[in-house]
Design a protein around this ligand. Structure first.
Ligand SMILES: Nc1ncnc2c1ncn2[C@@H]1O[C@H](COP(=O)(O)OP(=O)(O)OP(=O)(O)O)[C@@H](O)[C@H]1O
Ligand SMILES: [Mg+2]
Length: 99
């Protein structure tokens, strides 16, 4: 039998997620109503897993969902906004193409 414990990695897309139905519904409603939502919690609480396994598969049926990206790459000298530049660079990576 495959070991169901994946270790300290976020649950990936399209894997089952348990015990988060209320959070998935709440986040779905917030995203649709507000468009921009800040999700915060202590490290390890399950944010990435909630987004990957709970939100992205549900939204992919209706919306053009882009992969998560990060705003942590070093800024280039000519960047007017290093955070936007980093986010765009993340989406340009082949593995991170919009799904
Ligand atoms: N619903 C769940 N059921 C069981 N395990 C879960 C669940 N959600 C997350 N986990 C597990 O908890 C751990 C932390 O999850 P995750 O990486 O998603 O947290 P995080 O809030 O994004 O953390 P960080 O702030 O450090 O990025 C991972 O090992 C993940 O597999
Ligand atoms: Mg995370």
């Amino acid at each position: 039998m495959k070991n169901p414990f994946i270790g300290p990695h976020p649950l990936p897309k399209n894997t089952p997620i348990f015990g988060r139905n209320r959070e998935i519904t709440e986040l779905r409603h917030l995203l649709i109503a507000e468009r921009i939502v800040l999700l915060y919690s202590p490290s390890g609480a399950g944010k990435s897993s909630l987004v990957n396994a709970g939100i992205i598969p549900e939204f992919a049926n209706t919306f053009d969902v882009w992969e998560p990206t990060r705003v942590n790459t070093p800024a280039q000298d000519n960047a007017t906004n290093p955070y936007v530049q980093s986010a765009i660079a993340g989406w340009k990576k082949p593995a991170n193409k919009p799904i």
